[in-house]
Each structure stands twice: as C-alpha cells, then as structure tokens.
Write a protein that binds this ligand. Structure first.
Ligand SMILES: Nc1ncnc2c1ncn2[C@@H]1O[C@H](COP(=O)(O)OP(=O)(O)OP(=O)(O)O)[C@@H](O)[C@H]1O
Ligand SMILES: [Mg+2]
Length: 198
C-alpha cells in the first residue's frame, strides 16, 4: 500500500518518485511518517548539541547538506540531495546550487560586518533557505534547525522557540508562522524575528 497523506496549508506535496524514496516500507499514514521524522530530527539535535561549531563551519554547503542528512537520512533515500523537480514554492531547480552559495556568502558577510543583530541574521537565513526550498521535503524543519544551530552554537545565544508549538500541525502557531514568513517574503522580517522567540 502506498503512502497517502493529507497536506496542511503551506506544506509542499511529495511527488510519486519522492514517495518511492521512503526507506521504511511499513509507513502508511501521515502520523507514522511524522513520528519517524521527529525521531530523526531529535537524533540530529542530540548529535550536534555535543560540539561547539563556528559560524564559518555552519555557513558551508557541506554542513547545510549534512544537517538534512542527519535529520532525514534514516527515512528518505534523497535526504541531502537538492530537489530534482519544481514545486509551488522555491526557486527553479536549476538555481538551487547558486542560490544556496549566494545565501551562505551573504550570511558570512552579515556576520563579519554585523549588518543585523544576531537573531535577525539567523532568521533571515532561515527564511531565505525555506524560500529557496532546496530539498524535496523537510525544508521548514531544516531551515528552523539550521537557524537554531547558527544562533545558539554559532552566536552563543539561546536557541529559538519558534512559537514553542508544534508547527507541523494546523493551528494558531502555524498560522502565525506562515503569516510571518509571507511578510518576510516581502522583506519585512520583524514578525518572523518576534515569532522566533515567542
Ligand atoms: N510563503 C512562504 N514563504 C516562505 N516559506 C514558506 C511559505 N509557505 C510555506 N513556507 C515554508 O515551507 C515549509 C514547508 O516545506 P516542507 O514541506 O519542505 O517543510 P517541512 O519541514 O516538511 O514542513 P514543516 O515546516 O511543516 O515541518 C513551511 O513549513 C514553511 O517553512
Ligand atoms: Mg513537508
């Protein structure tokens, strides 16, 4: 039996070939998938919390890709691979590599020149990352954890709370998050900076 899952507002549906990449054949429901993915995310957090990582290391493509593998590599064969199809959100698939490179360079510049407060740098990176949408799935969670690592490990600030709610399920926190992302889409980052610590 194939995977048949419902999608909430702001989630990118998987293509058939992406569903093929599921490593755990027993998963048939969205709930089961969420649980397996959550375990992967928690393992990634645990493995990274043991070490001190500099912004220079975090702001490399290798680190960014490796984080996606750490989070989702036990569930999806294509974890850490840039997507090969276009989505209703994100840059054209051909521009993912260059957009990621530009983002990491821009961010290193903001860090070096203290262009924005630390929280805002991390929030800007998270938003632009999810706007590029490099992977077939897990972009939201990857972009938030990436910002958490940058802000806590790179900048030695407390980790973000991102509404301290489950953002995967429909609800007030997810609506507030999506509306803050849409404001950030038009270059107003204030709501997303506030939301990250709410
Ligand atoms: N208008 C938008 N602008 C920027 N980002 C958006 C917008 N709409 C949705 N997103 C982001 O796309 C994410 C969904 O992409 P994807 O399904 O790859 O991530 P996910 O990690 O599986 O989802 P989730 O964030 O629900 O855990 C949303 O969580 C949100 O972060
Ligand atoms: Mg998703």
């Amino acid at each position: 039996m194939g995977l048949n899952i419902d999608y909430e507002d702001g989630q990118t549906p998987l293509d058939e070939d992406e569903k093929e990449g599921l490593k755990i054949p027993g998963i048939t429901t969205r709930g089961e998938l969420d649980e397996f993915e959550q375990v992967g995310v928690e393992n990634a957090i645990a493995s990274l919390s043991k070490q001190k990582i500099s912004p220079e290391i975090i702001l490399t493509e290798d680190f960014l890709i490796d984080l996606h593998i750490k989070m989702f590599g036990s569930i999806w064969k294509w974890a850490g691979e840039f997507r090969k199809t276009n989505k209703n959100i994100g840059v054209d698939k051909y521009y993912i590599g260059i957009e990621i490179k530009n983002l990491l360079e821009d961010c290193q510049f903001w860090v070096n020149h203290k262009t924005f407060p630390d929280d805002e740098i991390a929030v800007r990176v998270s938003h632009r990352l999810v706007w590029i949408h490099p992977f077939a799935n897990g972009n939201g969670r990857h972009s938030r954890l990436y910002a958490d690592i940058l802000v806590s490990n790179g900048f030695s600030r407390p980790v973000f709370s991102w509404g301290s709610k489950n953002l995967i399920k429909k609800g007030e926190a997810r609506s507030a998050y999506l509306s803050a992302l849409r404001q950030a889409d038009i270059q107003d980052y204030s709501a997303l900076v506030r939301f990250a610590r709410s």
